[in-house]
Ligand binder design. Structure first.
Ligand code: SF4
Length: 212
């Protein structure tokens, strides 16, 4: 266990590992660009919804050039089941044009460079870099934020950047990617926003906000 973890932080990591030993990215993809597109599409929607759309999308479009060339209204129609589909279609097309014209079709592993792409913020860049390049990152999404507050890992007044920094300070970099997935699974399937399973929760004794 990493030296940086204090006892309670290590306990939290241990318990969510017991609950979700195989937590992982649930977006379906096979290539670098498919992963980036799936992450862009996942803003404010579930991974399941994204996977249902990308099943067809990734059969229709095969490379960056396909997305760069597509008529925007056609791409909008392809992803119209997802919220914010007009913005997302525009982001995908513009991102692929930029990748083609400025990055030789390779998605960069540089945080700042990635954040300069349309539709790619800090969270998207962190998810991509950790998932594709396996570089240690903790992306803060709605699940990670909620459960980190409930478990007292961070304060509910912290900004997203403060939450990210606090979690990184508490855990060793070798655990960041795994921790990120496990906090997401814990938030998605156990400590849910409306009906958390508090009565069965192994972390009830340290929880700051149990809903009993
Ligand atoms: S006790 Fe309830 S709110 Fe607290 S961490 Fe467990 S499931 Fe979440």
């Amino acid at each position: 266990m990493a030296q940086k973890m204090i006892e309670q932080d290590a306990y939290i990591y241990h318990e969510i590992t017991q609950l979700f030993p195989n937590a992982r990215c649930e977006l379906k993809y096979t290539t670098q660009i498919e992963l980036l597109i799936a992450i862009i599409l996942s803003a404010q929607t579930t991974d399941d919804s994204v996977n249902r759309v990308t099943d067809n999308l990734f059969n229709k479009y095969h490379c960056i050039q396909d997305y760069a060339d597509v008529n925007l209204s056609e791409l909008e129609n392809d992803i119209h089941h997802l919220g914010l589909f007009k913005n997302k279609a525009r982001y995908i097309k513009l991102t692929c044009i930029k990748l083609r014209d400025q990055y030789a079709g390779i998605v960069p592993n540089d945080q700042k460079a990635l954040e300069s792409f349309p539709g790619v913020g800090r969270k998207t860049a962190n998810v991509f870099i950790s998932e594709w390049y396996k570089m240690p990152r903790i992306a803060i999404d709605t699940h990670v934020k909620r459960v980190s507050i409930r478990l007292g890992l961070v304060s509910d007044t912290d900004s997203l950047e403060q939450i990210e920094n606090r979690l990184m300070a508490k855990y060793d970099p070798s655990n960041w990617i795994d921790l990120h997935h496990k906090l997401i699974f814990f938030g998605r399937y156990f400590c849910t926003a409306k009906l958390p399973k508090c009565k069965q929760c192994p972390l009830l004794s340290i929880c700051q906000k149990p809903l009993l």
